[in-house]
Ligand binder design. Structure first.
Ligand SMILES: [Cu+2]
Length: 148
């Protein structure tokens, strides 16, 4: 048999197997999703508190997130969400906006990406590493619910 015929046939089989896998076998949760709504969140780094408020955000897979991040401090902070490619510096006393689309379910930590020291808040030590929250991305709405 012609070796090019065998080679071409093998490539086609691999391609078809790949498409079948993506379409039928890939678990629902790891499929990228789209077609969500736009959600606006405001997250604030409160003055001399080493926190992000709120600490929990919820969205649905496929949503576009418009996140307004307020830095009330007189020193710099940053906002980062590793898995979503978000990383931006927040100069002192500034407000920035980051936009991204969540295409996977899961829990994604957002945290301060600029070392910003520490201090005592109500008698408790708080540090740069306490500036963390979680964005929880739930499964997308079913197609029947679309457009509601
Ligand atoms: Cu910080």
């Amino acid at each position: 048999m012609n070796k090019y015929f065998i080679l071409g046939g093998s490539v086609i089989i691999i391609l078809v197997a790949g498409i079948m896998y993506r379409t039928f076998l890939l678990p629902e949760a790891s499929r990228p999703c789209s077609g969500g709504i736009t959600r606006n969140f405001t997250v604030t780094a409160e003055k001399d508190k080493w926190n992000f408020v709120p600490q929990n955000l919820e969205a649905e897979c496929g949503d576009k997130i418009v996140m307004t991040v307020v830095n009330e401090d007189e020193y710099d902070h940053g906002i980062a969400i590793d898995a979503l490619g978000v990383s931006q510096r927040m100069p002192a006393k500034s407000t920035i906006t980051v936009e991204f689309t969540v295409t996977q379910e899961g829990e994604f930590p957002y945290y301060c990406s600029v070392p910003c020291g520490e201090g005592h808040v109500d008698g408790k030590l708080r540090t740069h590493f306490d500036m963390i929250g979680t964005l929880k991305v739930k499964p997308a709405r079913g197609p029947a619910m679309m457009g509601k």
